[in-house]
Design a protein around this ligand. Structure first.
Ligand code: BEZ
Ligand code: FE
Length: 316
């Protein structure tokens, strides 16, 4: 009897490969923790399917090991190349999607990124988070409510962003705190602050992930954005950004797939001399303003375990 082939693989060869996959899956049958068993067996199933589908060469296998080894070597308490890898492969955003199902009119979540710090200063409503960071001043205001529209008085709003040169404060080696703050919504759920008009910047791309992006003709640049983390008792903590309507990088593609249509906001440029909402004198400079009304979903669960992410330090 002749051996038939599918995609160039004979039936006999396919059976040998399947037998190996089956025996590796079975090796996890006695895992006491059911969830761990599910994870390991699905991982083996998909990993073997990938190897078989692409007919992975031994040289390619070696290159993959070398890539992961380099990612391990560049990773320390300040630099996390594996999270970056997860981000550029869309795995971070897919995990967020799986864990944050749409909840009515609740604001959508997006990727956390590596630049949050827990020690950002508190500012009053109307305060300035720029801390001397370079950039065009931007007035951001809005409300924080639950999905029924009730104001969430006292909601905690963390905001962080890069300067106009594309760097977060933690990427400079001088210990500065700039471009970040937290504030609390007032009794009617309102908030407002001065920040900087967001500009595009590249994710750290001097390591193996950057090389992979280059080899695949992908840009490391993120669409311009302003990060938020918003929490209130009884509500699911929201980690998100707002993006700048008209930013060409949205069309080109955000390197970590973080853009969602509902998060694209108008940052209206105000010509020099336009009166500011709080009468602040900007010395004749132009400025911008944006509105972001935040709706938190009910629940206690934090959407991600982001606080364990280490800071990046890559510049200066
Ligand atoms: C950021 O938005 O800051 C970011 C997100 C993912 C990877 C790197 C940077
Ligand atoms: Fe960012």
């Amino acid at each position: 009897m002749t051996d038939t082939t599918t995609d160039g693989v004979s039936t006999t060869q396919a059976a040998i490969e399947q037998k190996l996959t089956d025996s590796v899956i079975a090796s996890f049958d006695n895992t006491p923790d059911e969830r761990l068993k599910t994870l390991m067996q699905a991982l083996v199933k998909h990993l073997h399917a990938f190897i078989r589908e692409v007919r992975l060469s031994e040289d390619e296998w070696s290159q993959a090991i070398e890539f992961l080894t380099k990612a391990g070597h560049i990773t320390d308490d300040k630099r996390q190349e594996f999270i970056l890898l997860s981000d550029v492969l869309g795995a971070s955003m897919q995990t967020i999607a799986v864990n944050n199902p749409a909840s009515g009119n609740a604001t959508e979540a997006t990727v956390f990124g590596p630049f949050f710090t827990q020690d950002a200063p508190e500012i009053p409503i109307g305060g300035d988070l720029s801390g001397g960071a370079a950039g065009q001043s931007c007035w951001v205001e809005g409300t924080v409510t639950d999905t029924a529209g009730n104001p969430l008085a006292g909601a905690r709003i963390e905001v962080w962003e890069a300067d106009e040169d594309g760097f977060y404060d933690v990427q400079y080696n001088d210990g500065r705190t700039a471009g970040r703050a937290h504030l609390y919504a007032d009794t009617e759920g309102r908030y407002g602050f001065w920040g900087l008009t967001p500009t595009p910047y590249p994710i750290p791309h001097d390591g193996p992930v950057g090389k992979m992006l280059e080899a695949t003709n992908r840009s490391p640049v993120r669409a311009s954005h302003l990060h938020f983390m918003v929490s209130a008792p009884g509500q699911r903590t929201l980690v998100t950004h707002i993006f700048v309507e008209g930013d060409p990088q949205i069309e080109i593609g955000d390197s970590v797939f973080g853009v969602k249509d509902s998060l694209i906001k108008t940052f209206a440029t105000q010509s020099p001399g336009t009166p500011t909402p709080d009468g602040r004198d900007l010395g004749g400079a132009s400025w911008s303003r944006a509105r972001f009304d935040i709706v938190l979903a009910p629940g206690m669960k934090t959407q991600q375990p982001p606080l364990s992410r280490p800071k990046e330090k890559t510049h200066g």
